[in-house]
Design a protein around this ligand. Structure first.
Ligand SMILES: Cc1cc2nc3c(=O)[nH]c(=O)nc-3n(C[C@H](O)[C@H](O)[C@H](O)COP(=O)(O)OP(=O)(O)OC[C@H]3O[C@@H](n4cnc5c(N)ncnc54)[C@H](O)[C@@H]3O)c2cc1C
Length: 459
């Protein structure tokens, strides 16, 4: 029986990154994946959705070519070709998946394509072959949650209701979709479909979309989505589903929404198949309980990524994978969950890191807030992307940055700067003193820092 220092179950961003890190540190590593390397993120999540979103953005910009001083574009026949879009998506995904296959080979990781079944704390079976391991990293991810709404499971079985896999396998572009859920993925798909010309209705149960996000950000986006034509039904209780038809109770009235397809983003559940033999402790939400070093309740077993449910994001899975590999290899390492950047990919993008203003208030912190609107940013005006702002929250003792929230076309890139400052325990003075190139969206971050200290220059 082949013996490995570390066996890793699941080849998503949690699994393959921990495999590479462990191999780089000299471990003998086995990586097991039953489908394709890259997991949900590369195959059915982050990357394919962003490919669609980018096409949607090009299409949106094409439709407003006049605004950019371009005339003569015949828009009468312009439309998004779903088939071409899907072909492009597959090319992008394939390229990235083969890149990871190469990395796995280059780092001399043993890769087995098959379903892993853990036998006990030190062995596993894959495709009928038994292997043993010193340490195990569980990186099996999560599955979409299908709540017990009458008719919903049947609608999913019959192909009327879809999760991201279903949407990304569609042969034709739907004319009208109904999205169940108000989280980041719901909003992302609402943005994509609305921009490419599909009629979108989004149904969710809270007062506003994106619960838990900075309130100003979620409000700004909700207003923009509505302005762009998305029908948003908040505070709605879904009472039943029939095929693609949804009936909701809203403000004591019953309403039925009919579209071609139903898109379901109502939470996730951990993927625990193949782990039944392990006596793992679960947390109160039913995910594998881990500590900041990603240790589970079993000494030699670690769990990273969506399966531990801490923050189901690809970059968190990868960061956790690195911490788990380092911990196994004897290097002091732990997660700091307080400074994880979060992005909503929409028009405009929303991005946050650290504490929200609402949380700072609830905790009774002594803090200040500085804000700068993109209306006053040169690059935003040139780009025709002025809806947005940058907001910095800092503590009043040292001026340390404790939260940054922004809505901007380039927020997903800009937020890394804020995260880097927070990683260094930097202050608003550090950001204000940093000379930013002009013109850039990022100047709004510097101006928001000036706003905390005293006043921004350009408003
Ligand atoms: C529509 C959508 C968009 C998203 N966009 C983003 C985004 O923009 N940014 C972001 O950070 N996150 C995004 N996410 C979330 C992101 O995809 C996940 O957080 C991330 O994939 C989690 O990584 P993971 O390694 O934990 O699990 P996964 O990526 O789910 O990988 C788990 C892998 O384990 C394999 N596996 C499971 N059990 C076994 C077994 N017994 N044997 C062998 N293999 C097994 C599975 O086949 C799978 O490939 C998105 C998700 C969705 C649904």
């Amino acid at each position: 029986m082949e013996k490995y220092d570390i066996a890793i179950l699941g080849g998503g961003p949690g699994g393959y990154v921990s495999a590479i890190k462990a191999a780089q540190m000299g471990a003998k590593v086995l990586l097991v994946e039953r489908e394709r390397l890259g997991g949900l993120c590369l195959n059915w999540g982050c990357i394919p959705t962003k490919t669609l979103l980018i096409s949607a953005r090009h299409y949106r910009d094409l439709l407003r070519s006049n605004d950019f001083g371009i005339s003569g574009v015949d828009l009468s026949n312009a439309r998004v070709d779903w088939k071409l879009l899907m072909e492009r998506k597959s090319k992008v995904v394939d390229k990235l998946v083969s890149g990871i296959e190469l990395l796995v080979k280059k780092n001399k990781i043993t890769f087995i394509n098959g379903e892993g079944m853990v036998l006990d704390n030190h062995s596993m079976e894959i495709n009928g072959e038994k292997i043993s391991f010193e340490n195990l990293i569980i990186a099996t991810g999560a599955l979409s949650n299908v709540p017990e709404i009458p008719g919903l499971s049947k609608s999913m079985e019959d192909g009327h209701a879809l999760d991201s896999r279903g949407i990304l396998s569609l042969q034709e572009m739907p004319e009208a979709v109904t999205i169940l859920g108000g989280n980041v993925y719901a909003v992302e798909f609402a943005t994509i479909f609305n921009a490419i010309g599909t009629k979108v209705t989004l149904i969710h149960k809270n007062k506003s979309i994106l619960p838990g996000a900075d309130h100003e950000l979620s409000q700004l986006l909700e207003r923009q989505l509505k302005k762009d034509g998305v029908k948003i039904l908040g505070e709605s209780d879904i009472s039943r589903v029939e095929g693609p038809k949804v009936t909701v109770n809203r403000k004591d009235r019953e309403e039925t929404i009919v579209g071609d397809k139903l898109i379901v983003f109502m939470g996730i559940q951990p993927n625990l198949k193949g782990l039944e033999a392990l006596d793992l402790k679960m947390n109160e939400r039913g995910f594998i309980k881990t500590d900041p070093k990603l240790r589970t309740s079993i000494d030699n077993i670690y769990a990273v990524g969506d399966v531990n449910g801490t923050l189901p994001l690809a970059h968190v899975a990868s960061a956790e994978g690195i911490v788990a590999a380092e911990t196994i290899m004897g290097v002091e390492s732990r997660m700091n969950y307080n400074i994880i950047p979060r992005v909503v990919y929409s028009f405009p993008e929303l991005a946050s890191v650290g504490i929200t203003e609402e949380e700072a208030k609830d905790k009774g912190l002594d803090y200040s807030v500085g804000k700068f609107p993109l209306m006053a940013n040169g690059m935003a005006i040139a780009e025709g992307e002025t809806n947005g702002f940058v907001k910095i929250i800092s503590d009043n003792k040292y001026g340390e940055v404790i939260g940054v929230h922004m809505a901007a076309a380039t927020a997903s890139d800009m937020i890394s700067k804020a995260a880097a400052v927070m990683q260094l325990e930097g202050t608003v003075y550090d950001i204000a003193k940093t000379i930013h190139p002009h013109p850039t969206f990022a100047e709004a971050l510097m101006e928001a820092a000036f706003a905390v200290i005293d006043k921004p220059i350009h408003v």
